[in-house]
Each structure stands twice: as structure tokens, then as C-alpha cells.
Design a protein around this ligand. Sequence first.
Ligand SMILES: NC(=O)C1=CN([C@@H]2O[C@H](COP(=O)(O)OP(=O)(O)OC[C@H]3O[C@@H](n4cnc5c(N)ncnc54)[C@H](OP(=O)(O)O)[C@@H]3O)[C@@H](O)[C@H]2O)C=CC1
Ligand SMILES: CC(=O)N[C@@H](CCC(=O)OP(=O)(O)O)C(=O)O
Length: 342
Amino acid sequence: MTVRAAVAGASGYAGGELLRLLLAHPEVEIGALTGSSNVGRPLGGLQPHLLPLADRVLLPTTPEVLAGHDVVFLALPHGQSAAVAEQLGDDVLVIDMGADFRLKDAADWQAFYGSEHAGTWPYGLPELPGARAALEGSKRVAVPGCYPTAVSLALFPAYQAGLAEPEAVITAASGTSGAGKALKPHLLGSEVMGSMSPYGVGGGHRHTPEMIQNLSAVAGERVTVSFTPTLAPMPRGILATCSAKAKPGVTAQDVRAAYDKALADEGFVHLLPEGQWPATASVYGSNAVQIQVAYDENARRVIAVSAIDNLTKGTAGGAVQSMNIALGLPESTGLSTIGVAP
Ligand SMILES: NC(=O)C1=CN([C@@H]2O[C@H](COP(=O)(O)OP(=O)(O)OC[C@H]3O[C@@H](n4cnc5c(N)ncnc54)[C@H](OP(=O)(O)O)[C@@H]3O)[C@@H](O)[C@H]2O)C=CC1
Ligand SMILES: CC(=O)N[C@@H](CCC(=O)OP(=O)(O)O)C(=O)O
């Protein structure tokens, strides 16, 4: 099978990571590459690590340019995908890497994104219960946010097994690429280097409702989430530390067994051997997720830690994995679990 894929937002971080993965995908032929302010410029100056595409020129993001492809990836800023997607035919597989179609609740969308809700598409986190079935054969995929990917994978086994109370507390550190390429004063090297700082504290981060949506669906009851993101002085990676009070009678053995069972058959999500802890360096550039879990007997809390590469499993790798499922290809086609170290 040869799949012709267009990438809208090819000059951004998410688009660049996607193209890195698509270049190594045996079934994909890369078609149109589009952008906005950089239209007309060759990709070589925008994504210099993608040497095979250096001479390709960025085209405008229009329905005409995106027509004639089997798959269209949208790696555009929030709120830009819906208008583009509605001009693409129902026969085209459209994979949105932005937030537009992730949330089910229109009121949540309005509260956190401040615009009209565009709709809800099958959610591209295949490891969540029921997600694969919804992706198979689908022509529309909403790729999760990077933090919700790390957090949902860390906590769903505890909620699936009914081990945790529905009140999760999460702190997560992210590399700066999570904020995209656009210039932002708080992301200047001199602000970020050698320092860590929180942002979106107190329930204001827009990924909070997405985490609540995912964990509540697994738990079968509404899970509240207190989420504190932190900016870390590294280009890529998320380390999420997630905890929830254990239900009465839960033991450390119950917790380990639940995680073993939930993750045993997953190709990308690895429960580490006991005593070994996730590290962002271990998943750099890889679609792998490292998970470890502990039971804190004094605090009676389940503590689950995950590490992902925000641009790979957290965005572009998740998009390719979902594309593979939607097209009926083996799920791991073109995706690696091999990191880069040191
Ligand atoms: N970075 C990350 O870790 C993650 C990002 N995402 C999502 O991926 C999407 C892209 O993010 P990211 O790559 O980080 O952002 P960037 O700012 O790095 O890139 C944005 C891209 O969108 C293009 N673009 C901007 N405005 C328009 C427009 N009006 N019409 C068409 N194209 C436009 C830009 O083109 P040009 O350069 O030509 O202006 C550029 O290619 C976002 O929705 C983000 O939420 C999801 C998960 C994680
Ligand atoms: C470090 C940093 O700024 N990270 C981004 C998350 C990026 C991402 O995955 O989310 P979306 O796809 O929803 O944009 C943030 O906190 O807004």
C-alpha cells in the first residue's frame, strides 16, 4: 500500500517531527507541505534536519493544495483545523494534531479555548480502553495533547482496576518545544536555561479537561484533576508524576498487578522493572512511553510516573500510530521504540 500524505503546518515543531517519522515510514509518500507565514520558502531553511525534503517549497494551506491525498495531517495552531477539515472530503483520512476535536463537552471547550466547539473525533490514544476500535477504519482522528498522553497512560491502569479514588494530583515537567516555534518571551533561552518554573497553576491549563475526560471514562465516575505543568530547560520530553489516594484495602501487590495486566500487551508503553524509574532521556525521539508505579503506604497513595517525548508519542508518533490503525496497517509501522542516549 502506498499512502500519499500531506502535512499542513510543515514548518512547525509538530509538523517537523511528523515529517521525520513519515520519511522513515515504508508505506508513506510525502505530498504537499503547507504553512502560513513561511509560504514560498524551502523547507531546508525551516527544518534543516530533514535533509531529503530540503528543496521542497512550503505551499499555502488551501483545499486545492491539500486535495488528492489519502491522508492529511493538520499540525496547525488551536482553532485553525476545523475550517480546513470541513473542506476536505469524507473519503480522506484527516488527522488533527491540534486540540479542535479532542473534547466531547462543548462547555469545556468554550471555557478553556474560548471559541465555538467544532466537534469530537475518535481519540488517538490507542492504549486507552476502547480507543483502538474507534480508530479502526475511521476517517477522522483527534491526536491527544502531550500532557494528557503522559498522564492518561500513567493513571488509567489504576482507574481501570478500581484502585484509586477519583481525585488525581499531577505535576509534569515539559521541554520547551511543547510551546511551539512561535517567539514567546518566557521561552527565551536566558529565561529557561538553568531554571524550572510552573505555569497554568490552579486548574487553568487547557489540558485539564482532556485529562478529566480520559480518566473519568476509564473510572466510570468523574475524576477531578489538579494539574500543575512546569517548564523544564530541555528541548523535548515530559516527565509526569501522578498520584491518587488508594481505595480502602488496596495493597502494593494489587497496584503492581493492575499495571502489569493493563500494559502487558502494549508495544509502546513499557512498565519498567521494579526499582527503575522513567527518564525523558530514555525516550528521546522514540514513540515509547516509560511507566513506573509505587504504592506509598504511609500516605496511602498510588504514585505513577511516566516519561514521553512530547513531540513523538506526545504528538507526531501518536498521529502516525493512529494513522496506521485507521488504515489497517500494523500499528507500529514506521515507529521506533529506540531512544537516543546519552
Ligand atoms: N509542540 C508540541 O509538543 C505539541 C504540539 N501539538 C499541536 O500541534 C499543533 C502545531 O504545534 P507546533 O508545531 O508546536 O506549533 P508551531 O508554532 O511550531 O507551528 C505552527 C505551524 O502552523 C502553521 N500555521 C500557523 N498559523 C497558520 C494558519 N493560520 N494557517 C495555516 N498554517 C498556519 C505555521 O506555518 P508558518 O511557519 O508558515 O507560519 C507552522 O507550520 C498545535 O495545535 C499544537 O497544539 C500537539 C501536541 C504537542
Ligand atoms: C511547554 C508547553 O508550553 N507545552 C504546551 C503543551 C503543548 C501541547 O501538547 O499541547 P497542545 O497540542 O494542546 O498544544 C502548553 O502547556 O501549552
